[in-house]
Design a protein around this ligand. Structure first.
Ligand code: CAA
Length: 389
């Protein structure tokens, strides 16, 4: 299929540190079953003081540039909820850290956790117009809620970088898409706040409505039927949310709820989000990485994607897995990015939670903590100074 466009390469990065939910549960007196079973989370990635969306985004993208070179890339779309600047795109720092050509356009996109899917779709549009070009899509986020709030257990951080182009080695993204927008205040972050505001139950309800809305549009646009999908990658603010969402979809379509079948469709997609936590824009693509890395051969099979961003916007679309995809996976590197994290205790986690956003703009050196390939070295004259190792 000459016109196939989609995900040619996918690479992920996460943080230096990790906080197990057993430690959080012990501190706040919660039965750990609520975390492990109730929300389906085992641990959350915690950024070091010198890590942020730029260092994670660059770390995720660097192996893609190492494998394919940067020459065909004429556009970088950086999707994030946890932006570091109101004006400048975080993608420009990544462009610089990776030494990409000046003949590149770079832009940042925002719509809570949904923006990476918009980035992917916009990238496909660009490639359709100029099939010779490739687009680097980066989804990078640090999820931060107030400490001692219900959202605290659903924090996390990670980045996914994807190379989008013709004849993709991993996933061919199909038309149509089902899209849905509703003006709701389920989760938001005013410009003066470092942590998100959320109405937990409202956000779950808004997500479920958006699942129905985007699926309805998907079928009206002539999409596949539910039976055709081998697996479903949902946005996972916590992994149990994927199960809630899928049950909602099955109900909506008048299907019986067969838990064993649901687990078959979702189980593998939760493996990375379960130990990383919410990575907002990256979450649905971490689900894809976990699925491709672990599943038996999915060649030619259809995968459903449900991307949700509070506020809210959702999109349902399908992709088919490309022949030979397994030779292009980064399974060992993905596992290593997760396994290399160092466990922190509760006190250290609290320090890092408070530290990471120096609000005063004053000059200072950032302590060297990360062993990752890029770090935020200093704040100087209101400018963030990054360095590569
Ligand atoms: N053992 C097993 N399960 C237990 C348990 C125990 N000891 N104790 C409680 N549970 C279960 C509960 O029954 C519940 O399960 P169900 O939802 O299936 O009934 C689950 O654990 C959670 O319990 P609560 O609802 O009582 O938990 P909570 O009030 O602390 O809130 C939360 C949970 C709403 C997810 C909260 O963590 C939160 O606000 N998180 C941030 C918002 C969020 O992630 N929203 C998701 C949709 S919005 C979105 O997707 C965008 C985004 O990324 C933010």
């Amino acid at each position: 299929n000459d016109s196939a466009i989609g995900i040619h390469d996918l690479s992920l990065a996460t943080t230096e540190f990790v906080l197990p939910h057993t430690v959080l549960a012990e501190y706040n007196g919660t039965d750990v079953g609520k975390y492990h079973v109730g929300i389906g989370q085992r641990s959350m990635s915690v950024p070091a003081a010198d890590e942020d969306i730029v260092t994670m985004g660059a770390a995720a993208a660097a192996p893609i540039i190492a494998r394919h070179g940067g020459d065909g890339i004429r556009t970088i779309i950086f999707a994030t909820e946890s932006s570091i600047d109101q004006a400048k795109s975080a993608g420009i720092y990544v462009h610089s850290l990776l030494g990409l050509p000046a003949a590149t356009r770079v832009v940042e996109l925002k719509q809570a956790c949904y923006a990476a899917t918009a980035a992917l779709q916009f990238a496909i549009g660009l490639v359709r117009r100029d099939p010779a070009q490739r687009v680097l899509v980066i989804a990078s986020d640090v999820s931060r809620y107030d400490v001692d709030s219900p959202g605290e257990a659903t924090q996390g951080a990670a980045a996914v970088a994807m190379l989008v182009g013709t004849d993709p080695a991993l996933v061919r993204v199909e038309d149509p898409s089902g899209v849905f927008t509703a003006d709701v205040m389920d989760f938001w972050r005013p410009n003066y706040r470092e942590t998100a505001l959320v109405d937990g139950q409202e956000s779950i309800g808004a997500y479920l409505l958006a699942v129905e809305g985007s699926w309805k549009d998907y079928t009206e646009q002539g999409g596949r039927s539910l039976e055709e999908f081998a697996a479903f990658c949902y946005h996972q603010p916590f992994t149990k949310m994927a199960y809630k969402a899928h049950r909602q979809l099955l109900n909506y379509c008048g299907h019986d709820i067969d838990e064993e079948r649901i687990t078959r469709h979702l189980g593998l997609t939760t493996a990375y989000n379960n130990v990383i936590g919410n990575s907002y824009t990256a979450s649905v693509y971490l689900a894809l990485a976990a699925l491709l890395d672990q599943a038996d051969d999915l060649t030619g099979r259809a995968v459903g994607f449900l991307s949700y961003g509070s506020g809210s916007v959702a999109e349902f679309f399908a992709g088919t897995v490309a022949p030979g995809y397994r030779e292009h996976l980064r399974t060992a590197a993905n596992r290593e990015a997760i396994d290399r994290r160092k466990e922190v205790g509760h006190a250290r986690y609290r320090e890092l939670h408070g530290h990471s956003f120096p609000p005063d703009g004053g000059d200072h050196l950032v302590p060297a903590e990360t062993t990752g390939p890029f770090r935020l070295a200093a704040l100087r004259g209101h400018k963030r100074v990054y360095e590569a190792r």
